[in-house]
Design a protein around this ligand. Structure first.
Ligand code: UP5
Ligand code: MG
Length: 190
């Protein structure tokens, strides 16, 4: 990563706000590589890694996995990829995540997308998702919302103070949300 100059965009927002869905659109239109921290952690559980059980328990409780685990996974994924443009989805989730990523990688995000969506809408989406995720049950969803407000919103505020946040009304239909995102990336590329 040292020699490679990479562009990183953090994609943040509550559980079910549509981060993964819109990252797929951004990849298709703007040639970024999508790295979902949650997907990397779930792959780590599946691979039978020594941290697997710990990660599984944290996700089931909606808690944030220690930075050293997540940063290592993200760093490896970027090193293994030829691309120089990455969407980091669902990370950093707290101040510790943010500081660890910055210290280890020395990367500052070009900008941050913040998907703002009501809990009512997010809850409806998560309960309808039906992909068998361990954390898509009402008890865990409530815990995820609480952790988002207490730990993740401060990270968004940190970047807001730096003028780096594009806030998006993510409660609208998928196509409308992507129209807004398209304009942001089109402006950035110029
Ligand atoms: N959908 C999407 N957009 C829609 C729209 N505009 N209108 C109607 N429906 C829409 O979307 C969710 C569902 O809604 C889908 O069915 C979709 O079709 C529909 P999705 O795009 O999947 O939303 P997303 O924001 O990606 O939701 P996700 O559940 O993935 O968000 P989380 O942030 O909760 O999950 P993540 O995988 O990032 O993390 C899971 C857990 O891993 C965390 O709780 C935590 O325990 C752990 N974790 C860490 O510890 N550290 C990390 O760095 C990352 C994760
Ligand atoms: Mg997701």
């Amino acid at each position: 990563l040292d020699e490679k100059k990479v562009t990183v965009v953090f994609v943040l927002g509550g559980p079910g706000s549509g981060k993964g869905t819109q990252c797929a659109n951004i990849v298709e239109h703007f040639g970024f590589t999508h790295l979902s921290a949650g997907d990397l952690l779930r792959a780590e559980i599946k691979s039978g890694s020594e941290n697997g059980t710990m990660i599984q328990n944290m996700i089931k409780e909606g808690k944030i996995v220690p930075s050293e685990v997540t940063v290592k996974l993200l760093q490896r994924a970027m090193q293994e990829n030829e691309n120089d443009k990455f969407l980091i989805d669902g990370f950093p989730r707290n101040e510790e995540n943010r500081a660890a990523f910055e210290n280890v990688t020395k990367i500052e995000p070009a900008f941050v997308l913040f998907f703002n969506c009501s809990e009512e809408e997010m809850e409806k989406r998560l309960l309808n998702r039906n992909q068998g995720r361990d954390d898509d049950n009402i008890e865990t969803i409530r815990k995820r919302f609480k952790v988002f407000i207490e730990s993740s919103l401060p990270v968004i505020e940190y970047y807001q103070a730096k003028g780096k946040v594009h806030e998006i009304d993510a409660g609208r239909p998928r196509e409308e949300v992507f129209e807004t995102i398209k304009n942001i990336f089109a402006t950035f590329a110029k």
